[in-house]
Design a binder for this molecule. Sequence first.
Ligand code: HEC
Ligand code: HEC
Length: 199
Amino acid sequence: MYRALISAWLAGLASALLPQPALADDSARVNELIQTRCFVCHGLNGESSTPAFPRLSGQHAAYTVRQLADFKSGRRRSDSMKPMVEDLSDKDFELLGAFFQQQPALAHAGGDPALAAQGKKLFLEGKGSGAACATCHGTSGHGAEYVPRLAGQHAQYLVKQMQSFKDRERPAPAVLAKAVAGLNERDIQALAAYLSGLK
Ligand code: HEC
Ligand code: HEC
C-alpha cells in the first residue's frame, strides 16, 4: 500500500522534473521564427546586422510585445515589419518578447564625445517645458516594461524614431510627444550620440 503510494509520488515527481512538452514546443517555435524571419535584419540574438535595424537584445518583453501588436494592427506603420508579423499570434509575440529580453545587451561605441555630452544634458534635464527623458527611461536609459531601453541602441535608428514622433507618424504618449516636440535636428543627433554609447 505505502509502496504503491510512494512509487506513484516518485513517478509524479519525475514527470515534474522532466522538461514540459509545452516548453519544448515554445522554444522550437521561437527558434523557427527567428531563424526563418527575424535574423535577416535583427540577427540571431537581436544584434542587428546594420544600424538601420534596431537592436532587440535586452529589450523589455512587455514593450516588444506591444510593438509587434502595433505593427500587426497598423497602429505603428512599417513596410518592413508588417509582413513579418501579419500571420503571427499573441502567443508568438510573447515568446519573441521573452526571448529578446533574455539576450544580453552588449556594450557599443558611442558617438562624438562633445555631441554626446550635449545629449546627456538634454536626456537628464529635458528641453524647455518638455519632461526630462530620464524621468521615464531612467537615468541610465534602461527603461522598464512598456518604456523601451534606449541604452546601446543604434544612433541612426534612434534619430529616425525621434523624428517620427515629432512628425506624428509614430503614435506617442502625450508627455513623450511634448518632450520631443521642442527638439531640433542637432538635439536629436546629440541624444542619439549619447544614448547609443550607454551600456
Ligand atoms: C526586412 C528586415 C526585417 C525583418 C526580417 C524583421 N524586422 Fe523587425 N524591424 C525592421 C525595421 C526596419 C524596424 C524599424 C521600423 C521603424 O522604423 O519603425 C524594425 C523594428 C522592429 C521592432 C521594434 C523595435 C523597437 O525598439 O521599437 C521589433 C520588436 C521587431 N522589429 C521585431 C522583429 C521580429 C520579432 C521579427 C521576426 C518575426 C522581425 N522584426 C523581422 C526590419 C525587419
Ligand atoms: C512620459 C514618459 C516618457 C518621456 C518623458 C519620454 N519618453 Fe521616450 N518613450 C516612452 C514610451 C512609453 C515609449 C514607447 C512608446 C510606444 O509604445 O510606442 C517611448 C519610446 C521612445 C523611443 C523609441 C524607442 C524604440 O526602441 O523605438 C525613443 C527613441 C524615445 N522614447 C526617446 C525619448 C527622448 C529622447 C525623450 C526626451 C526628449 C523621451 N523619450 C521622453 C516614454 C517616455
